[in-house]
Write a protein that binds this ligand. Structure first.
Ligand SMILES: CC(C)(COP(=O)(O)OP(=O)(O)OC[C@H]1O[C@@H](n2cnc3c(N)ncnc32)[C@H](O)[C@@H]1OP(=O)(O)O)[C@@H](O)C(=O)NCCC(=O)NCCS
Length: 182
């Protein structure tokens, strides 16, 4: 289990089975999964993946953290935040995130990315954190740039999204860069 991470309005915490309805609302939404390789998810798929993700919490040398993003004022889960360790020394991680579309464009994405950086660089002492996103996913591109990420790569047609090969950007941030923008 991790210590939860708090921002002004959000609490990033471990998922629990009771989060199912909130998570299903998000993962079954076509708008949310537009640039993602999976979904929209049905109830069965959502439940299976939720239980699998809860299972990760008790793994030794855990590498995958799928966290609930709770809006503190209404105690609702409005998104998921992903933190995935990508090397055996626990120094490089990839992040991901998605938010209930009723809550877009209110700065929550920016808060989630900052919270993931806080978790990665301050709690876990990572060296490098990266994220990939579709080259037309302007919401994701903007919030990564606003949190100081650098564009490092443009991959041509390397991700298949519902039968269509899509271009992807790779954004990254190093610990030393994060320390400078504090
Ligand atoms: C990407 C996503 C997390 C953005 O969340 P959000 O809470 O709406 O983002 P924020 O409100 O923090 O916005 C951050 C910046 O991006 C801009 N932005 C957000 N959505 C945008 C969009 N669709 N187009 C252009 N700019 C956008 C905001 O205006 C803001 O910039 P500003 O402060 O200069 O105005 C959300 O759209 C989402 O969940 N999308 C579906 C899942 C997904 O694609 N995840 C990323 C996979 S790589």
């Amino acid at each position: 289990m991790i210590k939860s991470v708090e921002t002004n309005r959000l609490l990033l915490r471990e998922l629990v089975a009771d989060d199912f309805e909130d998570v299903f609302q998000i993962k079954s939404d076509e708008k949310v999964v537009k640039y993602l390789t999976w979904g929209p998810s049905n109830r069965e798929h959502t439940l299976n993946s939720l239980l699998k993700q809860i299972g990760f919490q008790s793994e030794e040398n855990r590498k995958i953290y799928v966290l609930a993003v709770e809006l503190k004022s209404i105690r609702k889960v409005i998104g998921n935040a992903l933190f995935m360790v990508r090397d055996d020394d626990f120094e490089i991680a990839e992040i991901g995130y998605f938010i209930n579309s009723n809550f877009w464009k209110r700065g929550y994405g920016e808060e989630i990315v900052y919270a993931l950086l806080d978790l990665g660089f301050r709690q876990f002492r990572m060296h490098r954190i990266y994220a990939t996103c579709d080259t037309e996913n302007f919401g994701s591109i903007n919030l990564l740039k606003k949190n100081g990420f650098r564009l490092e790569g443009h991959f041509i047609k390397d991700l298949k999204v519902r039968g269509e090969w899509r271009d992807n950007y790779l954004f990254a941030l190093l610990k030393e860069e994060f320390d400078k923008i504090l």
